[in-house]
Design a protein around this ligand. Structure first.
Ligand code: ZN
Length: 259
């Protein structure tokens, strides 16, 4: 095999499906090459040396051979397994959501090493952080910024005046927040609760070390989730499957908790 036919890349396994008798088709997020679809031959054979290395959400280093239709994983080395993500349904649902977001915003060829590092850091946080939901919100907000949809949270998107710590309005189609004067005039803009507004701004301007020290009230958590989800659904023009799953798990947990 000549050298041009092979390339090396780090990757994060976002998704896999069975392919043929024993193969697996992988969706892999890479720092420099964007999202790739790769064939892992024989990955479902119990004796395959590749089998354990193509689990969901694992961080790998791969040697890939260019194929006529699909590129083929030639060698793979696991750098991090993030094992807790596959042992607990709630963690798994959160990791699925992260994978679905990346899958939705990143295409083949989209070089984004910063987002790659953020994704790895977030998966580690989903394994061990005190507030894993907050880690996911931090990922959403920062991911939006890194793919070109950073919400404007500091100046009114209509008049550019500096936003005050009052009830402003979130307006997804303008990509940010309206001051009270302009927000009241726009039908589809929704009031943004002040605690939510403050947390959003804090997350946009502070590191995870600072953000992870925050203690959010349950209602702020729910509102933060709703605001970011509204913006994401607006941008993607669809709902994400993993969000429905997270909501279903939450309803079931509440039902069990109250019985
Ligand atoms: Zn304004």
């Amino acid at each position: 095999m000549d050298r041009e036919r092979l390339y090396r890349t780090d990757g994060l396994i976002l998704h896999h499906t069975d392919f043929g008798e024993a193969d697996r088709l992988l969706t892999v997020f890479t720092p420099r090459l964007g999202r790739l679809r790769l064939l892992a031959k024989g990955a479902r054979k119990p004796t395959s040396r590749k089998a354990g290395h193509v689990d969901l959400f694992t961080y790998v280093h791969m040697l890939v051979a260019r194929g006529r239709n699909l590129d083929i994983v030639s060698q793979v080395e696991t750098l991090e397994t993030f094992r807790p993500l596959r042992q607990d349904l709630e963690r798994a649902s959160q990791a699925y959501y992260l994978a679905e977001l990346i899958n939705s915003f990143i295409e083949e060829g989209d070089e984004n090493p910063t987002l790659f590092d953020l994704a790895l850091a977030t998966l580690a946080r989903l394994c061990e952080a005190r507030d894993r939901v907050l880690a996911l919100r931090f990922f959403e907000l920062r991911c939006l910024g890194l793919v070109g949809y950073q919400p404007q949270l500091h100046f009114c998107v209509e008049c550019q005046t500096q936003l005050e710590p009052v009830t402003n309005y979130f307006y997804p189609s303008a990509g940010g927040v309206l001051c009270p004067r302009h927000g009241e005039a726009v039908k589809r803009a929704e009031p943004l609760a002040m605690p939510t507004f403050k947390v959003l701004r804090f997350m946009q301007t502070h590191s995870w070390d600072d953000v992870s020290a925050l203690h959010l009230k349950p209602e702020t958590h729910l509102d933060l989730e709703a605001v970011l989800q509204r913006y994401i659904v607006y941008l993607l023009e669809r709902r994400l499957k993993s969000v429905e799953f997270i909501h279903r798990l939450r309803r079931e947990a509440q039902a069990t908790g109250s019985s």
